[in-house]
Design a protein around this ligand. Sequence first.
Ligand code: PLP
Length: 406
Amino acid sequence: MTSAPRYRPAWVEVDLEAVRHNAALLARLVAPARLCAVVKADAYGHGAPEVAMAAAEGGASLVAVALVEEGVALRAAGVEGEVLLLSEPPPSAMEEVVRRRLTPTLYRHDAIAATARAAKAAGRRVRVQLKVDTGMHRVGADPGALLELARAVLAAPELELAGLWTHLAVAEDPHDPFTDEQLARFEKASRELAGAGIEPGTLHAANSAGAIAHPGARYDLVRCGIALYGHLPSPALAGHLAAALGSLEAAGARPAGAAGASEPGRVEGLRPVLSWKAQVHLVRHLEAGERPSYGRTYELARPGMIGVVPVGYHDGVPRAYGRAGGEVLIGGKRRKLAGTVTMDQVLVDLGDDCSVRPGDEVVLIGRQGAEEITVPEWAERLGTIPHEVLCGIGPRVPRRYLDRPG
Ligand SMILES: *Cc1c(COP(=O)(O)O)cnc(C)c1O
């Protein structure tokens, strides 16, 4: 996508075939519910238009983003399918929302009125969804306000109520009973509309964790982000995913587009989509007792080699990753970061290995030979979730798209 020349040897590789595989797998897992591919935050740093198109090819029915701006960018890049906005746009944005055929999520009367006005001005009927807060307490209408909001939507002939949804707060903990509590509140809200003769349209509640670990949360649609990118939201869900794959195997299902990639009857799990690579910029020899980088916090116990890698905290290697014992792969081996991560570079302890040369491949995330550094490994070291690691890879790192091999 990038036309400006890039000189720094650091890049992200995005495997679009893996996106298709993951979308196809998730779509099968949750069927008859449909799959919404969550591509907010530039598809968690993977590139929203590319991921949106690959996810649709894999079997996603629609995509979701957080901001009007993100929806506009998808349309400008040629994405044609339904785009759901996960937060209520400001009333001043509704003309743009209507013009770009985005589906707004609404939970306040002024936003409903603004959408109706914009729809009327455009002479078009606009699909909208209502969001009810069942315990996340971030955005969405109070359950007690929902019926009046739905009546307001129905009272506007320009608006079509296309969905009712909520968001789960603890779905990544399969044992937390609050998910069931939220689902009960959601179903109560939906029954209340039905009782008033209002058809709420598509019902949805699940993010990736909900889709994988809580079959009762799938309803008509699931909204998957992190799983689409090939990662579990939490290691606690590994057993749930394995069980779900097992039931697909038992049903004789095969993931689409994986011909030849899997043994007969075996369903391949999620494939990581993103790798992060660079090349060694410089190699230098330092004496014992030298302390490279800011603050001089890291001391070489013995004389040894240091590699300089041209990515830093602006690019998404947090200073905390160095302090937490973060590693990269060079020459098929794990190497520790040496000293403080800087804005544009990290230093790597190569020990007594004199074989590393400028230009050698560095893997920050992904495979090299038999070794692999995963997004969950980063997340664990940093005390965060895979989402934040992926979103943290900065816009200064160019994305390269890998497609069907050959
Ligand atoms: C980000 C988001 C999702 C996707 O969450 P994942 O954990 O990445 O699957 C789903 N729904 C809403 C409302 C979100 O904001």
